[in-house]
Design a protein around this ligand. Structure first.
Ligand code: FES
Ligand SMILES: [Fe+2]
Length: 489
């Protein structure tokens, strides 16, 4: 009898309690969470008149762990086809995708060589990722290849080059002799587990970023934070719609109902928000928070991340979340200090008496009206992995409400602002701030060739642990599923 009891207890502990504890705390829930309902229609809906589709700035391209040394990837963003590769020296490089010889795509079969170079799969011309120069293959000291340049006299109508004796038909004319061959190169930064690429419509500024993305390493180390989940969604809208949402404080109360609102109708989330340009000399005064610990944290963030070289490109947000019980008692839940940097990066630092979380959000325009949105969560070690994932799900659930609007709205070139109200005044000011990122883009976009679409990578097969987490998340009252397990390290 006792033996049976001992056996039952041992079996329960071994096969139920320990695996459950492992799952609850130690299992690393590094997941992609994606919205299966989003249909990317590639901008078929008319959006009305819009600013240019590809503003100047830093854009997130890929996670560091998805590009091993010596590997190449074909990528397309900002209407361009590019090749991304990691040299055997460990550095990532981005070049124009099409070979200067006869146009082969270097991302399909190109080989990494000489530490920083990529060799074309067609006839072996080699391009240096450091400079974009075409260098003589197999030569270690990188001598730049010289070649004559030819182009069609009239490629569309195929008329020959007029010549004096009219004896031969020549269609290709020499445009330059012995010219150095090179491809456009794009500046990359590898930072906090991501590879970011700088895009600027002005050729002179393509190689000289105007500001630098934040390095969160110290902040994450200081707060003992780790990456704990990521979500990627594709959206059909103009890029500006997405960051503009962060500065739109009125929509929170209408669009972002929470699960708690539905389950406990007497509990209401209440939001307040401030959005201000970092160039405002009164920024610190405006951002002061009544909660002393939040205030100290916020002021430290302002001092750490804003400097004279990036101030112009930053907009600062402060979002407070309260729970209101029976429309009376307000309980402070969290404050988020957000930095909108350039047209596409957002760093959000959440401070709460109960937890501390950091989000990194980016939007990358792939083609016109086709955006890739990435959300990553970093949380403190004591927060279990499953809870971090749940927090990310909470954020992504809010995102789905926004996506429903973005996927279907027009841009809104003509607006009806109520300037007596602070919310619309803020949006007006925010649009004026954001417009700086379009400088020179219209001319560049109308001249340059837009890219061929690349097929999106097929979804990865679900692993056993993903299936398990799908079962678990199915029990939750939210419509999100986890797909493949994904490690950021
Ligand atoms: S097309 Fe690249 S070497 Fe010929
Ligand atoms: Fe929103």
């Amino acid at each position: 009898m006792i033996a049976d009891y001992v056996q039952l207890t041992t079996t329960t502990v071994l096969f139920i309690i320990i695996p459950l504890l492992y799952l609850i705390y130690y299992r690393k829930f590094h997941y992609f969470i994606f919205d299966q309902r989003t249909k990317v229609t590639k901008g078929k809906t008319s959006r009305g008149k819009c600013p240019p589709s590809f503003p100047n700035g830093w854009f997130w391209i890929i996670n560091s762990c998805d590009l091993k040394p010596g590997h190449t990837k074909a990528i397309s963003y900002c209407g361009r086809n590019l090749v991304l590769f990691r040299g055997t020296n460990g550095t990532p490089y981005v070049l124009d995708a099409f070979c200067a010889h006869m146009g082969a795509h270097l991302g399909f079969g190109g080989k990494v060589c000489h530490s920083t170079c990529i060799e074309c799969p067609f006839h072996g011309w080699t391009f240096d990722g450091e400079t974009g120069d075409c260098v003589l293959s197999g030569v270690e000291n990188k001598i730049i290849r010289m070649a004559d340049k030819y182009e069609y006299h009239d490629i569309e109508n195929c008329t020959p080059v007029p010549n004096n004796d009219n004896t031969t038909n020549i269609y290709l004319k020499k445009v330059s002799e012995k010219e150095e061959i090179r491809l456009k190169r794009y500046i990359c930064r590898e930072i906090n587990g991501s590879i970011l690429v700088w895009y600027h419509s002005d050729e002179k500024l393509r190689e000289h970023p105007l500001y630098e993305p934040f390095d969160l390493s110290n902040e994450l180390k200081m707060n003992k934070m780790q990456p704990r989940g990521e979500s990627i969604n594709y959206i059909n809208c103009h890029i500006q719609e997405i960051p503009e949402n962060g500065a739109d404080n009125r929509h929170f109360d209408f669009l972002h109902q929470s699960i708690i609102d539905i389950i406990f109708p007497f509990l209401k989330f209440h939001w307040t928000m401030i959005s201000e340009r970092a160039t405002n000399p009164r920024l610190r005064e405006i951002m002061v928070h009544p909660h002393p610990e939040v205030n100290a944290y916020k002021m430290r963030l302002l001092d750490t991340f804003i400097n004279d070289s990036n101030r112009r490109f930053l907009n600062v947000l402060s979002l407070n979340c309260y729970i209101q019980i029976f429309s009376k008692h307000k309980i402070f839940i969290f404050n988020a200090t957000g930095f909108q940097m350039g047209p596409s990066l957002v760093y959000l630092f959440l401070w709460s008496p109960y937890f501390q979380v950091t989000f990194f959000q980016t939007v990358t325009p792939l083609e016109k009206f086709n955006q890739r949105l990435m959300h990553r969560i970093f949380s403190t070690k004591p927060i279990p992995y499953w809870l971090s994932t749940l927090m990310l799900m909470g954020e992504v659930k809010q995102l789905f409400s926004d996506m429903n609007i973005w996927n279907n709205k027009i841009f809104g070139a003509k607006l009806s602002y109520n300037m007596k109200n602070d919310a619309d005044k803020g949006l007006h000011s925010w649009r004026n701030w954001y417009t700086q990122f379009y400088e020179g883009c219209h001319e560049h976009e109308s001249k340059s060739l837009l890219c061929r679409s690349l097929a999106y990578p097929p979804p990865q097969l679900f692993s056993l642990s993903s299936k398990l987490s799908i079962c678990l998340t199915s029990l939750l009252p939210i419509d999100i599923r986890c797909s493949s397990v994904h490690s950021f390290e």
